[in-house]
Design a protein around this ligand. Structure first.
Ligand SMILES: [Fe+2]
Ligand SMILES: [Fe+2]
Length: 271
């Protein structure tokens, strides 16, 4: 990564460290711990991770680290929401495995046009050799196909399918909070070689797009705890914007370098 992006990413991490963790991560620590244990210990997930690791290129902002965070948060959401739907613990844990498989696979086609649909197709191909029923493969693939923000999404045929799809979506959009500035944006800017002055002018437009995601959470947990995560990300974003402004002024950059008629291409591409 270019030195300046690394510097901005590190500064964002310093800013983020001054804030308290969002309530979702404090209140649901036990569920997150169980989800993490399932993610790292379950044989299906271990096998899936081995298969997909080479398919995630290093640093375009939606790689294995992103997929892991989505999987763990989505697993916790399923555990919390699933208490209402499942009376058998094994069925609840199976739904966690399904959402985590979806989390691992959801962005493997991130660089392709219509990456959600392309990812769903790739997931079906990968999972056909797994010990999963056709219904379970369908559940994972549908969740992936419907994970993009600001686009129409289909209703799933089963309750489990709907829960898995909604939890995947919410956990993916949690990444539009602090993770966006402590990780994603800088990798994407670096990957697409966006100049700093251009980034600066686009920045406020990007923040507007991030705020709109707050109304789109699909589970009760997401709707209740997601907005705080997004607001925290925006607060970090505003601080790093001021830091960037001071830096650009110090090097005498032309801050009118872009018309600003499109948002910076961070999370607004749909996550
Ligand atoms: Fe995505
Ligand atoms: Fe994603």
């Amino acid at each position: 990564m270019k030195e300046i992006y690394l510097r901005l990413m590190n500064e964002s991490r310093c800013i983020a460290s001054r804030y308290e963790l969002p309530e979702f991560y404090r209140r649901f620590k036990p569920s997150l711990t169980i989800s993490r244990r399932i993610f790292f210990d379950n044989p299906l997930l271990i096998h899936c991770r081995e298969l997909v690791t080479p398919q995630y290129p290093g640093d375009f902002g939606h790689g294995l680290e992103h997929a892991t965070k989505v999987s763990v948060d989505a697993g916790a959401i399923v555990l919390l929401e699933g208490e209402k739907y499942f009376t058998v613990q094994a069925e609840l844990e199976r739904a966690v495995v399904l959402v985590q498989l979806a989390g691992l696979l959801h962005d493997i086609k991130r660089m392709e046009y219509n990456h959600a649909k392309a990812g769903a197709k790739a997931a079906r191909e990968i999972l056909c050799d797994f010990p999963l029923s056709a219904l379970e493969v369908n559940c994972v693939a549908e969740a992936i196909a419907n994970h993009e923000a600001f686009s129409d999404h289909q209703t799933c045929e089963t309750l489990t399918g709907q829960l898995v799809a909604d939890a995947l979506y919410d956990a993916d959009k949690f990444r539009w909070g602090p993770d966006n500035f402590t990780q994603t944006v800088w990798h994407m800017m670096n990957y697409h070689q966006v100049g700093l002055a251009e980034l600066f002018v686009r920045f406020p437009w990007g923040v507007d797009g991030i705020l709109k995601i707050k109304d789109t959470f699909r589970t009760n947990i997401g709707a209740q705890y997601g907005p705080e995560i997004i607001d925290l990300g925006v607060r970090i974003g505003k601080e790093i914007y001021q830091y960037l402004q001071r830096y650009l002024q110090s090097v005498g950059a032309d801050l009118q370098a872009d018309s600003g008629d499109q948002a910076f291409s961070g999370p607004r591409e749909g996550g």
